[in-house]
Design a protein around this ligand. Structure first.
Ligand code: GLA
Ligand code: ZN
Length: 685
């Protein structure tokens, strides 16, 4: 499906800030000379333009934007038009202090921020909401039917939180609606602890980290309030420019918002992708898989459709500790990686590099040097040509049969709890990624879901470290497994319910029945300690031998589940480390310990074989090579082969001839060699 049928091409372009150059005559002329040379067909405009759009309260200046919109329209380019709420003008902060955010640590009184940086507004302030509504109405009535307008880019990277009195009052209202009574809230938060019981709603006035239920609800509220702000921002856009899809640029694994919830407000998902690809041996494949997971997570926010990669960098950014150059070809590879995972765009931050400000050293399509004669410009132009060649892929989708559970609320509740092991809390995304890699390496597509998502249609659902179980999740898992699905849970799963209260009656809580195990105790190892996992001879998985494991070892009783592997050491040697429970027509697995990469690879590899999970390419993929399938509504199939290694890699494509869209449709079959950072996009001949 096309995200925007009026612009049936891969968007290639990105953040463009002509308003920073109004004092330099000729810049916009020069930019429009360079765009076609770079293959740029799309501009994201107005993202931080509030001071240029409304230099004084109520006085709008649209001339510069009219010019850009009209020039874009004359060339058939797609404009992604932003609302400017990501950074407010100084006059507003000065005249209406309530629009400025208040920040605090939960112990001291929150303090009002000064007007500085960006992403610094209060989402509750009626003044801010009114100002945003006015400027958004002005933009929508002026450009809502403009032929260049393709998408609305609402605000920018919503993030952070405000603890001002207005926000805390809204939090209390939200709590009242959620719990109905203070008694219910006191129970849900276990406020008998340390004399925390509230006797009046007004006493809920700080985000106290000794009450983990409060912290968890505060985080939910921040998402709720951000979603509410977003909806308010989008209202005039949807009213005055019907049919123009609304998006906002998300940030992958950003922890501060529950994106599954926020995405309900969006028509199209888009996100900003900044992997630090470089040449450190051994890291590239890990990073490529992690980036792949981030793409899959973002795509899964609106399953079964493409997404936009709203930002990426054509070269080094300015905000990593070490900002290395991308090696020749890496920019192209990382752009194609996004498309392979379902993106219908390759967009950049930024098109023209500014001369000042904190981002003056951030890579751009047009460098300070200013011409088309830079390596980066040429690599961007190459991506532009590639995207043209890939037009048959546009609008096609990824259809995984594996779902990986990545649950933001679970992550929050684990972090809000004190103990049991600090080092695993920071690594939730890494834990999920460790379970993702075995599938990525085999070309098996994966969706990302959370504890509220439907599970039907998947063959395999893997829920690593699912500390918090949402209401209804366990019964959905039971129905899924009973109907023939395979479910995998791991250590530290099913510990708390939705408000952070520990389950009674044994872990993994309501999953105990379907998994057929009771995890009585958990041993947390020192970082350098190890245990081993020994597979039972002749087990149903067909995996044999001994594997290493570390950090977390649940001590488990099998209650009907079959023990497939046991611990090799310590007082719990010989007790279950991996179990399988037949339940209805399906199977539920419990992996009681973290397991080294080799263990996860053997385990998930065996499951993939047993379940005959479809692979993008029926071939052995060498280290560093990934394969991905995009399927069109018309049955078209395109296989992306990507080589992240800095050395050539050989792949056997099998006897059937196919066309490589990246090589002018040249016919390929049999053994092929991908050059370092090379790629192929194969179409059936
Ligand atoms: C983010 C922002 C951009 C810019 C880039 C720099 O993604 O949205 O405005 O600051 O980072 O990498
Ligand atoms: Zn506030």
């Amino acid at each position: 499906m096309l995200l925007q049928p009026r612009f049936p091409f891969f968007l290639h372009g990105g953040d463009y800030n002509p308003d920073q150059w109004l004092h330099v005559p000729g810049t916009v002329d020069e930019d429009f000379r360079l765009f076609p040379l770079a293959g740029v067909n799309s501009l994201s405009v107005g993202i931080f333009s509030w001071a240029a759009l409304e230099p004084e309260e109520g006085r709008y200046e649209f001339g510069w934007l009219d010019d850009v919109m009209d020039r874009a329209a004359a060339r058939g380019m797609a404009v992604v038009l932003a609302t400017p709420s990501g950074a407010k003008p100084a006059w507003m902060a000065e005249k209406y202090p309530e629009v400025r955010r208040m920040t605090g640590d939960g112990v001291h009184e929150p303090a009002r921020e000064q007007q500085c940086r960006r992403h610094n507004h209060c989402p509750t302030s009626p003044v801010y909401r009114a100002k945003v509504r006015a400027v958004n109405e002005a933009l929508a009535s002026r450009y809502g039917r403009h032929p260049a307008l393709a998408f609305w880019h609402v605000s920018n990277e919503y993030n952070g939180e405000c603890r001002c009195p207005l926000c805390l009052a809204a939090f209390r209202d939200w709590l009242r609606a959620r719990y109905g009574s203070l008694e219910a809230l006191n129970e849900a938060w276990w406020t008998g602890f340390w004399a925390h019981a509230y006797s009046d709603w007004s006493q809920i006035a700080c985000i106290d980290d000794s009450v983990d239920g409060l912290v968890l609800d505060w985080k939910r509220f921040v998402t709720h309030q951000t979603a509410d702000f977003l909806r308010a921002e989008a209202e005039p856009l949807r009213r005055l420019a019907p049919g123009v899809p609304v998006t906002t640029n998300l940030m992958g694994f950003y922890e501060g918002l529950d994106y599954m919830r926020l995405a309900r407000e969006l028509d199209v998902v888009s996100w900003d992708n900044y992997p630090q690809y470089h040449e450190r041996p051994g890291e590239t494949e890990r990073l490529a898989a992690m980036t792949g997971l981030a793409h899959d997570y973002m795509r899964s926010l609106k399953p079964g459709r493409p997404f936009l990669m709203m930002e990426s960098s054509p070269g080094p950014v300015n905000w990593y500790h070490h900002n290395r150059l991308l090696r020749p070809g890496q920019h192209r590879l990382k752009s194609l990686q996004a498309v392979a995972h379902g993106a219908d765009s390759v967009q950049y931050f930024q098109i023209r590099k500014g001369r000042g400000g904190s981002e003056k050293f951030h890579a751009a399509v047009i460098d300070h040097e200013g011409s088309e004669n830079t390596r980066m410009f040429r690599e961007v132009a190459q991506v532009g040509r590639d995207l043209e060649a890939l037009r048959p892929v546009l609008g096609s989708v990824v259809r995984p049969r594996v779902a990986l559970v990545f649950d933001r609320e679970s992550d929050w509740s684990q972090k809000a709890a004190q103990g049991p092991l600090e080092s695993i809390k920071t690594g939730y995304a890494d834990t999920v990624a460790a379970h993702y890699r075995p599938f990525w390496k085999r070309g098996v597509a994966v969706d990302v879901v959370d504890g509220d998502s439907p599970l039907d249609g998947y063959s395999l659902v893997v829920a690593p470290d699912l500390f918090l179980l949402r209401d209804g999740f366990a019964s959905r898992v039971e129905a899924f497994v009973r109907g023939g699905g395979t479910f995998v849970a791991t250590w530290l799963t099913g510990i708390v319910g939705p408000t952070g209260l520990c389950f009674r009656g044994g872990f993994p809580g309501p999953l105990r029945k379907v998994l057929g195990v009771w995890a009585e105790e958990t041993d947390y190892l020192y970082d350098d300690e190890r245990n081993s996992v020994e597979f039972a001879a002749g087990n149903r998985l067909g995996v044999s031998g001994s594997f290493g494991t570390s950090l977390v070892c649940d001590v488990v009783h099998a209650e009907g589940a079959e023990t497939v592997a046991t611990y090799g050491r310590d007082f719990y040697a010989g007790t279950p480390a991996l179990t399988a429970n037949r339940f209805g027509k399906g199977e539920a697995w419990y992996l009681a310990t973290r397991g080294d990469e080799a263990l996860l690879d053997a385990f998930h590899g065996a499951l993939a074989r047993r379940l005959a999970l479809p692979r993008a390419l029926d071939a052995e993929l060498p280290e560093g090579v990934s394969a991905h399938l995009r399927e069109g509504e018309d049955g078209a199939r395109h296989v992306f082969l990507l080589n992240f290694a800095s050395a050539p890699r050989a792949v056997d494509l099998g006897p059937a001839p196919r066309r490589d869209l990246l090589a002018a449709g040249a016919s390929v079959s049999g053994a092929v060699t991908l050059p370092p950072f090379g790629a192929m996009v194969l179409e059936d001949a």
